[in-house]
Ligand binder design. Structure first.
Ligand SMILES: C[S@@+](CC[C@H](N)C(=O)[O-])C[C@H]1O[C@@H](n2cnc3c(N)ncnc32)[C@H](O)[C@@H]1O
Length: 292
């Protein structure tokens, strides 16, 4: 079995044009935020952000398979005491391009820095916007199920009679739908909030993902041998995790040092086994790593 990793050095706006149509199963990325981290790599002014991103998202729409998913990690910064609106504007413009805005996950940063501002509290979350080409897309929900844990013990064991009847949700949320069905189960589907600490290890990148973030979406939206793309690869977290999970991956970054760094790291990673299975142990995974 061969797992390929292709790294493209250059501007995503150009490099994406080299990829074939309908060839990627999942895109997970965190583009440079508007004007943030200006000293590390080029920031884009909030007013120009949408126009800067749209030529990239149109390419992403082209390369994504009809069954694929695009996860965009983004958070609007505060400008003169107000949250910028470019994320909302971007969603509206991407819908005009043909994207469906399917869902928004929240990344709750469990270890956010302490701080105090006169008009707001600590920023402890970021958006993970989910876009699709079609209403039907591949989603492997069983792969991300969580232990029922304490919630099951306390809440579910004391169900009232009204709790047990079908759809008892007074607010129409659908939450109450026959929750007694879950009583005997030890696993439940997760929520759309991901509780993950930000990356603390020195990865030689100031904005690296925690590995758990791409890992969760790779489990949810892909299978082995599928292809994962990160058009703003940075330290390559998405590629490294994809590689361990036996997915093919493609990364693009404009900074040559990041491309070299990712190449070196990929050589060192160990095989990732979700659950050690006999047939896996027999399979040798060849890694083909190319910098273009
Ligand atoms: C927020 S960081 C991504 C961090 C990454 N998720 C990780 O785990 O390390 C954004 C990256 O986009 C790269 N970048 C900025 N503009 C770019 C462009 N036009 N084309 C390709 N890469 C770009 C930067 O060099 C930076 O590494």
């Amino acid at each position: 079995m061969e797992v390929t990793t292709d790294i493209y050095l250059g501007d995503s706006r150009e490099q994406l044009k080299l990829l074939p149509d309908d060839s990627v199963d999942l895109i997970v990325t965190s583009p440079p935020y508007a004007d943030q981290r200006k000293n590390t790599y080029g920031g884009i002014h909030p007013d120009k952000y949408v126009n800067w991103f749209l030529p990239i998202s149109v390419q992403l729409l082209r390369v994504l398979k009809p069954t694929g998913t695009f996860i965009l990690n983004i958070k609007e910064k505060v400008v003169e005491g107000e949250r910028s609106t470019y994320v909302m504007e971007l969603i509206l413009e991407m819908r005009k391009q043909g994207w469906l805005w399917t869902e928004e996950f929240i990344w709750h940063k469990k270890n956010c820095y302490p701080g105090k501002w006169p008009n707001r509290f600590r920023d402890a979350w970021e958006r993970l916007l989910q876009f699709n080409k079609n209403r039907k897309f591949h989603m492997y929900q069983e792969e991300v199920m969580v232990q029922m844990g304490e919630w099951a013990n306390s809440r579910l064991k004391n169900l009232s009679e009204t709790d047990k009847i079908r759809d008892n949700s007074k607010v129409g949320s659908g939450f109450g739908k026959n929750i007694s069905n879950w009583l005997e189960r030890d696993k439940a589907y997760p929520t759309n909030v991901l509780h993950l600490a930000t990356e603390c290890n020195n990865k030689n990148h100031s904005a690296a993902f925690p590995e758990g973030l791409p890992e969760w979406f790779i489990k949810l939206f892909t299978k082995e041998k599928d292809t994962v793309l990160d058009p703003f690869m940075g330290s390559g977290t998405t590629l490294i995790v994809a590689n361990r999970m036996r997915r093919n991956s493609i990364g693009i970054d404009i900074v040559p040092e990041y491309c070299e760094m990712v190449k070196k790291q990929l050589k060192a990673v160990e095989l990732y086994l979700l659950e050690p299975k006999a047939e896996y142990e027999k399979t040798r995974v060849e890694k083909r790593i190319t910098i273009r």
